[in-house]
Design a protein around this ligand. Structure first.
Ligand code: ASP
Length: 323
């Protein structure tokens, strides 16, 4: 019944699109962020949604559906009506969860339509302000010496923070105590409060805190240092070249959303990514918008397929899965 209603909704959207180019969108659009409010995916989404909303002439509401490394929110959108009014903004976890989770409530490659890539964000290895070590080498020694008590925050299995934390632990050959949250927004609150010790999270969540001296920065996981954090070494400079990872974000719609709608959304995404406020705020947070060529359905599809293939053997070799 739900599928029938969804097919009707999609047909109606398609009809109104054909009847008049301006028909879509006619009402408020919801974008699901599969992590808590206040975290990096949320920050990126709210900036882009505001600019897309100006372009589309309709309000865009951000709904945070955190939990299970982003898979709960993705599942919610996979089940939504494919009418262009329910979207998902997810990151690299969309690709890694396809292998990490033994069971998902959706089929990663077949439950969504693609709108486009949004941004690529570097990660940063950070610690609570009063953590003893002052550099990455010191942190590695400290973590090895205190492996049963050092806590690492993450946003659940498959989250960017989980992947980066896994790379860190595998590079130092020492498993640490992980503490999962529904997003790194609340994890950052606990890092600031000293309830957890370290985290590997996106620059979009950590740059302001590092600049303000409220947390310690040990390294950035990009090939080059970031303009906004010139004193923070890269992991390669600091002696852990294995920990290199960049986080890409994409915008999706449920399978069956009419192509005219995803194309309209893609055009709007391209406009939003050139919006001066988006460009300036992204730069302040150590990231930059995807290019016009990348903010397209074809580029996101290719990225997702490529990343599922790239991470599959890595995850299988690690042999750690979520049920
Ligand atoms: N993207 C973050 C992560 O994967 C979580 C978040 O956005 O809150 O760790």
């Amino acid at each position: 019944m739900r599928k029938f209603a969804a097919a009707l909704a999609a047909a109606a959207t398609l009809y109104s699109f054909a009847a008049g180019a301006q028909a879509y969108p006619e009402r408020t659009i919801t974008v699901v962020v599969p992590f808590s409010a206040g975290g990096p995916t949320d920050t990126v989404t709210r900036l882009v949604a505001e600019a897309m909303s100006k372009d589309l002439g309709q309000q865009i509401i951000v709904e945070n559906v955190g939990g299970a490394g982003g898979t709960l929110g993705a599942g919610r959108v996979a089940q939504a009506d494919p009418d262009g009014y329910s979207l998902l903004l997810h990151h690299i976890g969309m690709a890694t969860s396809a292998t990490l989770y033994r069971k998902l409530a959706y089929d990663t490659l077949n439950s969504f339509e693609y709108v486009g890539l949004v941004t690529e964000v570097p990660m940063t290895i950070v610690g609570r302000k009063d953590l003893e070590p002052t550099d990455l080498k010191g942190l590695v020694d400290y973590a090895k010496a205190n492996k049963d008590t050092v806590t690492v925050a993450n946003a659940g299995i498959g989250a960017a923070s989980h992947l980066c934390g896994m790379l860190f632990m595998s590079a130092i050959g020492t498993p640490l105590v992980t503490v999962p949250y529904k997003g790194t927004g609340p994890a950052m609150t606990d890092l600031l409060g000293g309830q957890v010790d370290i985290m590997c999270d996106q620059s979009t969540n950590t740059t302001k805190q590092i600049q303000g001296g409220t947390i310690k920065a040990y390294a950035v996981t990009s090939a080059e240092r970031l303009d906004v954090l010139p004193d923070v070494p890269t992991t390669t400079e600091a002696g852990l070249p294995e920990v290199q990872v960049g986080i890409w974000h994409g915008l999706y719609a449920p399978k069956g959303t009419p192509a005219e709608v995803t194309e309209r959304l893609s055009k709007s995404l391209q406009v939003a990514l050139k919006d001066p406020n988006v460009v300036a705020r992204f730069a302040e947070l150590g990231t930059k918008p995807s290019s016009e060529a990348d903010a397209t359905p074809a580029a996101l599809k290719a990225r997702l397929e490529g990343e599922i293939a790239r991470w599959k053997p890595i995850i299988e070799a690690a042999g750690q899965y979520a049920d």
